[in-house]
Each structure stands twice: as structure tokens, then as C-alpha cells.
Design a protein around this ligand. Structure first.
Ligand code: GLA
Length: 521
């Protein structure tokens, strides 16, 4: 992915690092927690002191605001950056260079080179692993820029009833992994068309989900207004529904989303009603700037607020929590009205990230059930960073995990390999099995993991994952699977062929980074 969008350029998975962010952006003052550097200050650098606002106007009409606070005291520099106003991030790797102050920010791929420019701050910002560089002028921040809204106390905890949705893991598409901020009305319509024409809809994919960057702001009545990329949300929902599909949207319980766009804070009921009026069927609700207002102990209550609002809005809306697994969300997600919850930081389109997100999930198996799913993040299949073999592994693992199957690629331009992986109905049947049981590892040895998922009717899905680069021979004796006698049928779900069931067990050869996925009856 090569988007000119800083979040996508993050060098580490998403917001998993947010838990480590303890610093508070305390108005004009740096309270001790900011990153501290003992370094000789360049002569002209005293002009850096202050809190600065760096604006980024977008084609969609939105202006994003990043706040940067800098203070120098003797030989120390303290600084904190709030990219797009979303989360507060300490700086790293601070140094003086040629009279400029140079630093990066933790967990994001942003790097700054700053120097005073009259009353302003001249900034050279580089991101996308240094591939993109822009010059920005930051101005002194006004008091209003630094003002946090008062933290409205979240509701008293109660157990919300199940909404009856997502009896099997939700299937669909989400714009973020491929499009980032480049999603617009046209992309969504064309994606809906492609979902139908590619055979994905027939294979079970239903939700067409718009992720972050659709929001503009609020009108005089406080109604959320989409930006220029989405001229008419209701008409768009009509179009998607007309294809027999459903439309999803994204917001945050904080004042702004992870990308710095308008969040639902203080407008939860109003936004739920708006979504219902537009014809929205799915909401992904992303924590980010809520961390500026609430400690982790209030996660459940804050998510419950939108859960209640959705249940009262008069339209069935799937509720997807995105808070990267903080606060053991799997333990209270259902009570907050959730149908699914992210359990990890953001997936990236590479083997290591996919493995980190997917293979760590076995411990959460008991929290998955019809209506309530662990979500190790959206699929990267078809985005180009992994081989077809690796994408087959990725897809098989998600199916074994009873994970939501949200394609994250460009459905309008899929290779035949990608289409075949995403529409493998035999693998999808494992994911969508009515029992709703999540698989877990039976054994892990020498980079080979054997995973088992119980299916309805006493069948089992068995996956042999080879995490090594080289091919490996694998075998499994039926008694180790808890099967007393020879199974009546064994089927290879990627070769789409029955396998002669041997009396003792199964053995085969798995390619490097590959998988054998079996249905054992
Ligand atoms: C966070 C989420 C991502 C995506 C972006 C959008 O990083 O974890 O899935 O929604 O925000 O800004």
C-alpha cells in the first residue's frame, strides 16, 4: 500500500501502541510525562517554544489539525505531538541538526524537522517511510485548539440484550486496508457492483463498509455531515441495498476519529438516528481520541453508550468495536451490545503482521459464539504484500478463527488467484459454521501448527499451518484429533478433493508459509 496517508504509513501495527501512551497533552504546559531530551539546544531554537497547530487541508473539504507542543528548558527539550488531534504521542530520536530540531513520533512513521519561521514554525514532515515529504507552516495554537470537551460521565453499566445479528461471523468488505482516505462514493458503488459480479455476494459477502475519512463536521443542529467525497449517504445506501447488499460506516466515541475526522462524542444517540435514517446496517466504532477523555476502566461504559443508542435507533445495525483488544474486550463486548470486537492492533499486508495477529488468537477461542466474534482485523488478501500461498494461509487461519471475513482489497481489480481465495466456499463454510465455535491450536512444533475447529454435526476442520519458509511433512493420528475410528470422509478444502481416509491418520506435505485445510467427518 502506498497511500499519502500518514496512518497507513505507520511503521508498527496501528494503535496497539496506544496503550503505552501515558502522556497527557495538558494545554500549553508539558506535564513531566512528555518525551525529554538532554541535548545542547541550538542557538536559535528558543523560538520553538510553544504549542503549534499544523493544518492539513484535504480535497474532501476537511482540514485536519495536528498539535505540536515544544518546550526547551536549559539543555532539555520536551515535546509531544497529537497527529490529526487523535491521540497524544511522545517524540523519539530527538536531535539537533544544522540548527534544526529533528524528531520522530513513537509508533507512527512521521518524522519532523522544525525551525522557527517568524512567529510561526517551519516544518518538514516526512512519512510513508521517508517516501513522502511535505513542508508545512504551523501557527501558534489558540486556546480553543487545546480545549478538550468535558468528559461526560458514561452511563452506569448494564447488560444490553443481544441484538440478534451476526449469528455467523460478518462477511463483507471494508475500505481501509486498500483505499485509506481514497475511499469515496464512486469506489463504494463500484465495489458493491464488483461484489456481485465477482461471485463474492453469492459466496456470502454482504457488508460494504466505509471506514474512516467520510466525515466533514456537524451542522447547526449538531447533525453529522459527510464530506465532499460522499454527496448523499442515503442515496448511496439505496444503491448498495439495490444490489442486495448492506452498507456499513465508521465513527469514534471520541471527539475525532483515528484519522482526525469528526467523531460521535456527545452525539451518540443523534448519530445512531442519522445512521438509521440513511439506511446504515453496520457501525465500526474506533476508540482513538476517546483515550484523551476516558481511562481504560471506562471502555465498557463508553461502548455501551453507543450500543444502547444503536439498539434504540429503530434499525438493526451490527456493532463492531475497534479498540485493539484493550481492557479484555472479549469479556464484556457482548454486554456492551457488540457483535464483534477487534482483538489486535492494525494488520499490515505482510506475512509477519498477519501471523502476529492471527496465530495469537487461540487463547480467545472461548469468547466467540453466535452473535459475538473476536476480530483479528480485516483481510489483506489481494493487496499485494503476500504470495497466493501466504494469502491462502491468511484466509484459512481467519476461517479457523471464526473471524469476520472483511475483504480489504480492491474488488474491482482482483486477480483470479485472489478471487478464488476469497470465494472458496468450502473454506467459507468452516468460518460460517452454525456452531460458532472458534478453533485453536492442537499442537505447535518446529514452526508447524495444527489447528482444530469443531463444526456442527460432529465434524471438524483441521488446518496444518507451516510457518517455516521451507516445505514440511506433517501428520496427525486420528486418536490425537479425538476421533476413535477412521473418519467417514476427509476432504481437502483447497484442492476441492476427497482424500482417501487412512485408518491411522493423515499425512501430507505443506509448502513453506502454506496450509492444508481439511474437513474431517
Ligand atoms: C485505526 C483502526 C483501523 C482504521 C483506522 C482509520 O487505525 O484500527 O482499522 O479504522 O483507524 O483511521
Amino acid at each position: 500500500m502506498n497511500l499519502p496517508f500518514p496512518i497507513a504509513a505507520s511503521t508498527t501495527p496501528g494503535f496497539s501502541g496506544e496503550r503505552r501512551i501515558k502522556a497527557r497533552f495538558a494545554g500549553l504546559l508539558m506535564i513531566g510525562a512528555a518525551a525529554v531530551l538532554a541535548l545542547p539546544i541550538p542557538a536559535r531554537a528558543s523560538g520553538l517554544n510553544g504549542t503549534w497547530r499544523m493544518d492539513e487541508p484535504k480535497d474532501s473539504g476537511v482540514v485536519l489539525h495536528t498539535l505540536i507542543a515544544l518546550r526547551q528548558d536549559g539543555a532539555r527539550t520536551e515535546a509531544i505531538v497529537m497527529p490529526d488531534g487523535a491521540v497524544e504521542i511522545p517524540i523519539r530520536d530527538v536531535r539537533a541538526d544544522n540548527g534544526d530540531l529533528v524528531f520522530g513520533i513513537a509508533d507512527w512513521g512521521w518524522n519532523f524537522r522544525v525551525r522557527p519561521d517568524g512567529a510561526n514554525l517551519h516544518i518538514l514532515l516526512s512519512y510513508d517511510r521517508g517516501k513522502t515529504e511535505v513542508v508545512r507552516i504551523a501557527v501558534p495554537a489558540a486556546a480553543a485548539d487545546l480545549q478538550l470537551p468535558a468528559a461526560v460521565p458514561p452511563p452506569a453499566l448494564r447488560e444490553l440484550p443481544a441484538n440478534g445479528l451476526a449469528k455467523t461471523p460478518p462477511m463483507g468488505w471494508n475500505s481501509w486496508n486498500h483505499f485509506g482516505e481514497a475511499v469515496d462514493d464512486k469506489v463504494v458503488r463500484e465495489t458493491a457492483d464488483a461484489m456481485v459480479s465477482s461471485g463474492m455476494a453469492a459466496a456470502g459477502y454482504t457488508y460494504v463498509n466505509i471506514d474512516d475519512t467520510w466525515e466533514m463536521g456537524r451542522d447547526a443542529r449538531g447533525e453529522i455531515v459527510p464530506n465532499q467525497k460522499f454527496p448523499d449517504m442515503k442515496a448511496l445506501a439505496g444503491y448498495v441495498h439495490g444490489r442486495g447488499l448492506k452498507l456499513g460506516i465508521y465513527s469514534s466515541p471520541g471527539p475525532v476519529t483515528c484519522g482526525g475526522y469528526e467523531g460521535s462524542y456527545g452525539h451518540e444517540e443523534q448519530d445512531a438516528a442519522t445512521y438509521a435514517a440513511w439506511g446504515i446496517d453496520y457501525l465500526k466504532y474506533d476508540w482513538c481520541s476517546a483515550s484523551r477523555l476516558y481511562p481504560e476502566t471506562r471502555l465498557r461504559a463508553v461502548y455501551q453508550r453507543m450500543g444502547s443508542a444503536l439498539q434504540a435507533c429503530g434499525r438493526p445495525i451490527v456493532y463492531s468495536l475497534c479498540e485493539y483488544g484493550m481492557g479484555d474486550v472479549w469479556k464484556w463486548g457482548p454486554a456492551a451490545g457488540a457483535n464483534l470486537w477487534r482483538t489486535t492492533g492494525d494488520i499490515q499486508d505482510n506475512w509477519d503482521s498477519m501471523c502476529a495477529n492471527g496465530f495469537s488468537q487461540g487463547r480467545l477461542a472461548r469468547y466467540a459464539a453466535p452473535g459475538h466474534w473476536n476480530d483479528p482485523d480485516m483481510l489483506e488478501v489481494g493487496n499485494g504484500g503476500m504470495s497466493p500461498t501466504e494469502y491462502r494461509t491468511h484466509f484459512s487461519l481467519w476461517c479457523m478463527l471464526a473471524a469476520p471475513l472483511m475483504a480489504g482489497n480492491d474488488l474491482r481489480a482482483m486477480s483470479e488467484d485472489t478471487r478464488e481465495i476469497l470465494t472458496n466456499r468450502e473454506a467459507i463454510a468452516v468460518d460460517q459454521d452454525a456452531l460458532g465455535s472458534q478453533g485453536s491450536a492442537l499442537s505447535k512444533r518446529d514452526g508447524v501448527e495444527i489447528w482444530v475447529k469443531a463444526l456442527s454435526g460432529g465434524a471438524r476442520a483441521v488446518a496444518f499451518f507451516n510457518r517455516n519458509a521451507a516445505d514440511r511433512d506433517v501428520s496427525l493420528a486420528w486418536p490425537d484429533l479425538g476421533v476413535a475410528s477412521t473418519p467417514s470422509a476427509v476432504r481437502d478444502l483447497w484442492r476441492h478433493a476427497d482424500v482417501a481416509a487412512d485408518g491411522r491418520g493423515y499425512s501430507g506435505r505443506v509448502p513453506g508459509h502454506g496450509v492444508i485445510l481439511l474437513l474431517v467427518k
